[in-house]
Design a protein. Structure first.
Length: 266
């Protein structure tokens, strides 16, 4: 089975949780669509899906099913699919790794994605089963690694880079998130999670540092409001940096014609 109509699959990953993968994914997706590209967003976080919230999709929204295929839900011009659209919010998903990997593959392949230039895949944290399955079975054009400048995040970012390298997925670059905190009251700049870490890892692996995004209130508020900063304030520093990153991603990711994805029913 393959994904007809999807030209480029780009994963957004990290080793560590909570560094901003979902925030970067949604804003990168919006930036690519602002470049005139057709973009979809797959929330691959089976256990803790967040794209429904980030995209402002009303709770309880369910995808339509046509010819046994899920129709993506459109939000802010993006085609979206997430576990949160097919499970109830109050019931935690408790699955073992292989089941979760299977669910993710189903979500990916049993969705009728339209013609897409890019399908951005918001990965769950870590370098476990789900990440490895996705990296191995899905013809990714590349991966964007998100990290904070903090040493514990960088350690995990290295693990992420190593994993994708092992399965020969090109690293499109690193986005350093929460680089600097700029006080919304007085403008004072504080490197809360340290500085220079993203650049150091980028240099270590010979990959691009795509952006350094500040830690700020507006980014978090817009995420919670379901209206990404890229739409709310396209001229702010964060959005400009994301747009520059999107331009590089769009240029680097090359069309992947195959191989076809093999679905193993187990
Ligand atoms: N640059 C930023 N400025 C302010 N808040 C941010 C920024 N980036 C992310 N956040 C906030 O930090 C939290 C974690 O971000 P996010 O959910 O994107 O991380 P994640 O890596 O996807 O987490 P998980 O590993 O749980 O999937 C969220 O509350 C988000 O709104
Ligand atoms: Mg996330």
């Amino acid at each position: 089975m393959h994904l007809p109509g999807v030209n480029n699959l780009v994963a957004v990953a990290s080793g560590k949780g909570g560094v901003g993968k979902s925030t970067v994914s949604v804003n990168l997706a919006v930036a690519l669509s602002q470049l005139g590209l057709r973009v979809g967003l797959l929330d691959a976080d089976i256990y803790g899906p967040s794209q429904g919230t980030l995209l402002g999709i009303p709770p309880g929204t369910r995808p339509q099913v046509k010819d046994k295929l899920l129709q993506p839900v459109t939000a802010h011009g993006l085609q979206c699919m997430s576990m949160s659209l097919v499970t109830s919010a109050s019931t935690p998903v408790i699955w073992r790794g292989p089941m979760a990997s299977g669910a993710l593959q189903q979500l990916l392949t049993q969705t009728r994605w339209g013609e897409l230039d890019f399908l951005i895949v918001d990965m769950p944290p870590g370098t476990g089963d789900i990440q490895l399955t996705l990296a191995q079975r899905v013809p990714l054009s590349g991966v964007v690694i998100v990290t904070t400048p903090q040493e514990v995040a960088l350690l995990d970012a290295r693990k992420g880079i190593e994993m994708f390298r092992k399965v020969e997925v090109p690293i499109l670059g690193i986005i350093e998130n929460m680089s600097l905190h700029i006080c919304s009251q007085c403008g004072y700049e504080d490197a809360i999670f340290g500085s220079g870490g993203g650049a150091a890892v980028a240099e270590e692996y010979g990959v691009a540092l795509l952006a350094q995004l500040p830690l700020n209130l507006a980014t978090r508020q817009q995420s919670d409001a379901g209206y990404p900063i890229m739409l709310a304030d396209p001229d702010c520093d964060t959005s400009r940096a994301l747009m520059a990153a999107a331009e590089v991603v769009a240029a680097k990711a090359t069309r992947v014609a195959g191989p076809a994805i093999n679905i193993i029913d187990d």
